[in-house]
Design a protein around this ligand. Sequence first.
Ligand code: IPM
Ligand code: MN
Length: 362
Amino acid sequence: MNSYNIAIIPGDGVGNEISREALKILKAVADKYGFGIKTETYEWGCDYYLKNGKMNPDNMLDILRKFDAIFLGCIGDANKVPDYISLMLLLEIRYGFEQYVNLRPIKLFPGVDSLIKTATPDTVDLVVIRENSEGEYSRAGGFFKLGTPDAFALQTGIFTRKGCERVMRYSFDLARKRKKFGDKDQVGMVTNCTKSNALNYSMVFWDSVYDDVAKNYPDIKTDKALVDATTMWMIKKPDFFDVIVASNLFGDIITDLGSMLQGGMGFAAGGNINPEKKYPSMFEPIHGSAPKYTGKEIVNPIASIESIRMMLEHLGENEAAADIYNAISSTLSSRKIKTADMGGKHKTFEMGDKIKEAILTE
Ligand code: IPM
Ligand code: MN
């Protein structure tokens, strides 16, 4: 019997309630498909900071290293710890475990209404691959001449050949697997989301690596869009896209936009992937911790449940993953249960229970 050790970091705000629902579904499919799940929960985050002066223990990566995967709820509560400090927990794991791919599928489930007119289950099926280990998030820079009229800040993006190349290869490989277009000669497309008109070093370099990598994939269409235009096209013609590869910051921004195509942040899931499986990968909803809703049971747990589905796909439990997908799909298609973000009154745990019921009965 396959068995997996999963680390759970519920985090801050609504982290507890969404992690509980995620775990509920993970356990349900493990029982149904006969694989073992052992979990360990770590209460790291802003409350830990208030007690210990840091977000997590110094040996966090050593603790997490032995797990097969990590589930992260959500991190941050600006009333307790400034965001630029609390985010280090997340970045330390992404960087420390070389999770250089941030995989963010954007799909609209039947039964969910997006505010965007062009978004239907038929038109919204794309994936953003966000570079997750360098770029604008490199934290290189400094404050200078502070306290003088000449004060300034400098923040430098770091784009390495290795860093750009590996995430682009992953994107082309994914397009090859997805076969979204299914044409005879060109089965998919990777859009290079760039800004090389204005960023004359970093993004010109990024483009050149994209062009080099693309040469190895004659079966995949190339496409290039400036990030500002990408946001416009994602709304105007979402079905145009297959895989979009973007730098750390651009990928961050366009996936919040993407969430609106999928019906809101309550549906947007992501995986921080170490493709070589040298280290554990980490799965998380991409929404924030919404501290004001803590304990109110009003947030939508689907983004978290989707993250569990992605985790199971990563672990190779494809049947269980597909089952979760179908259970979410049938639950939403019925339009009988809606959390507040969907204009309904159902509670976080009721949505989780319904999806679990679909897993057990279908
Ligand atoms: C995300 C989040 C994080 C990011 C924050 C919390 C640091 O917005 O995962 O998209 O910017 O990467
Ligand atoms: Mn974000």
